[in-house]
Design a protein around this ligand. Structure first.
Ligand code: FAD
Length: 564
């Protein structure tokens, strides 16, 4: 990975074909497609890659059953197309990064014969829409079989369940794999680089942009022939900077909570088909936890993205109706809130009825291309459309997108031999397995670090299976520049357990200080700020704040220090 300073120097000198603004799923997907079609591309994000909506998702690669239900009940052909496209994309998304995705079976509880018929028929339609992209056919199973599959399901009055399949993925690592694939193909990517102002010709056409390097508090200019606005919830703000003030986006806030995963829950996910306000909630086993969500309601950009006690109680109230084991707010180990950017529909302002479709808008005056709306599962199709538009504008013709069959970074050779790795490296099989699930074939780069320096095989916190070498690797090769970049998006420990993440912060801070040249004072400030953020999340749910024991970090990483 090129040093950040070098990328900034290049960016300030070059003229790009395409500058993509926003490094979430939509922007990272556009940058990869653009670079693979031969355009000189730069991707910039105001924060870390994927730090917006793209890591607050339910982590499903799906057509969307709720949208299918709306398509059928409202005879809505647009909704039907959204589901169909997503089901086709589901297969491509899973194929291009197998290590980050898996098929998952969902259990839909039914309490009468009629309900069973309703869901069975609906899910057969879902299978049919998937065509040859189907994962496995849906089916009804009786009460006894259902309880054997998911013993934690409340047995009273249960008639049976309908089982269907969708995909599940690691959204944060998938987002990063898109960015790293773009860089590996010759593109430039910068996180913590916020576009603050466009430069325009007298007739209003975009010529360049002023970008703030938030780590150095400096500005530099990026010149590009086209600019793609992929800023998700911030799309209208970006359109405003380009001179277009009409509003196209409505924001819908969604939250998830994470709970300890009861053994009796099994491997399947539970779909709660109807909440009091007519939505669906999922309870999904995810990386050793039970991920429960989502709520939904209109929101604004200024709303603080911290899950409230009221939101958590809403989710628990519904979950507890279906499970034998009762969960309390005190059981919550972490939570996450996000803003879904929906394209404004002419007919409805109610967020649950808005179409999850997307639109590629070309602003006639400025030339800004905005990727509006959509969802994770269709990120590739959206990017393909956006780059078709760019290509038509720049060259007058359109060539095939190469992203359909482009194995993402870490998935290039999908045949990692775990036993072989165990013979080479002196670490536990569970560590090797976990590293391959997070980093794909790049796990060997991390394992190599443990061979150079055995102390890097130590965990980052007692009770965590993440090892210190991961932090070193992410700082050197994955553009991680803060404790949160590491614990939240690179490793995922922050989603697994807020308290454990806070306990790991001093060790992670110490390693980052070595890698990024922080002073001891800066390191202490970074650790304190991180723990403070975690405590604000805990306090919002009424939990006790965490107290991080002072850790003598130089002792922990003595060997690392000597090497440096
Ligand atoms: C609760 C919830 C659950 C969801 N679950 C699913 C699901 O299970 N499956 C699914 O398919 N979809 C799901 N979605 C939808 C999906 O997550 C979103 O559609 C998708 O992540 C949007 O990605 P994006 O890149 O458009 O936006 P974002 O991920 O928000 O990215 C926009 C980026 O733009 C950057 N930015 C903003 N302003 C600037 C600037 N001035 N300069 C530079 N960068 C800037 C931001 O920092 C941000 O990183 C869910 C959404 C929500 C809210």
């Amino acid at each position: 990975m090129k040093p950040r300073s070098e990328t900034i120097q290049n960016a300030a000198r070059a003229v790009y074909d395409v500058c993509v603004i926003g490094g979430g799923a939509s922007g990272a997907g556009c940058a990869l497609d653009s670079q693979l079609r031969g355009f000189k591309t730069i991707l910039i994000d105001a924060g870390d890659f994927g730090s917006g909506t793209s890591t607050a998702s339910t982590k499903l690669i799906h057509g969307g059953l709720r949208y299918l239900q709306q398509a059928v009940t409202n005879f809505d052909i647009a909704q039907y197309r959204v589901v169909r496209l997503a089901l086709r994309e589901r297969r491509l998304m899973m194929k291009n990064a197998r290590f980050l995705s898996r098929p998952c079976e969902f259990v839909v509880p039914c309490y009468s014969f009629l309900e069973a018929v309703y869901y069975d028929v609906g899910l057969k339609l879902y299978d049919w829409l998937s065509g040859d992209a189907s994962l496995s056919p849906s089916r009804f199973i009786n009460r006894t079989e259902s309880l054997a599959r998911m013993p934690s399901l409340k047995s009273d009055a249960l008639y049976g369940t309908v089982i269907y399949s969708d995909g599940q993925f690691d959204d944060a690592r998938y987002n990063l794999a898109l960015v790293l694939s773009c860089v590996a193909s010759g593109g430039d990517a910068l996180n913590y680089a916020r576009l603050v102002e466009f430069e325009r010709s007298p007739d209003g056409h975009l010529l360049g942009a002023w970008v703030e390097d938030r780590l150095a508090a400096q500005r530099f200019r990026v010149m590009a022939r086209t600019f793609i606005n992929a800023t998700g919830p911030f799309s209208d703000r970006m359109r405003g900077l380009a001179g277009n003030t009409n509003q196209r986006i409505i924001l819908s806030r969604g939250v998830h909570i994470l709970l300890p995963l009861p053994e009796e829950f099994g491997n399947d996910a539970l779909l709660i088909p109807k909440t009091d306000d007519g939505r669906v909630i999922f309870a999904i086993p995810w990386q050793g936890r039970l991920l429960v969500g989502t709520t939904e309601g209109e929101s604004t950009l200024d709303a603080e993205l911290i899950v409230t006690r009221k939101e958590a109680e809403f989710l628990l109230r519904h979950l507890n109706r279906y499970l034998e084991k009762r969960f309390e707010v005190g059981d919550i180990v972490s939570a996450i809130a996000g803003l879904r950017p929906l394209v404004r529909s002419r007919n409805s302002r109610e967020t649950k009825k808005l179409i999850r479709d997307y639109e590629i808008e070309v602003d006639r005056r400025s030339g800004l291309i905005s990727v509006l709306g959509g969802k994770w599962t269709v990120y590739r199709a959206m990017a393909e459309d956006a780059i078709n538009t760019v290509q038509k504008l720049l060259t007058g013709r359109i060539t095939d997108s190469r992203t359909r069959n482009h194995a993402l970074f870490g998935a290039e050779n999908d045949d990692t031999n775990l036993e072989g790795l165990l013979a080479i490296y002196r670490v536990k099989m569970s560590t090797i397995r976990y590293l391959t699930e997070k980093f794909g074939n790049r796990c060997t780069n991390i394992l190599d670090l443990t061979r150079e320096n055995a102390s890097l095989a130590a965990p980052i916190a007692d009770g965590s299976y993440h090892i210190q070498a991961e932090v070193v690797y992410c700082a050197r090769q994955e553009m991680a520049t803060s404790i949160e970049d590491i614990l939240s998006r690179r490793l995922g420990l922050q989603f697994y357990d807020w308290r454990l993440a806070a306990q790991a912060a001093p060790v992670v801070g110490d390693i980052l200080a070595r890698e990024l040249g922080w002073s001891p004072a800066r390191m202490r400030t970074e650790v304190a700020a991180y723990v403070d953020r975690i405590n604000r999340c805990l306090e919002a749910l009424g939990h006790e704040p965490v107290r991080v024991t002072e850790v003598n970090t130089s002792e922990i990483n003595g060997e690392l220090h000597r090497r440096a």
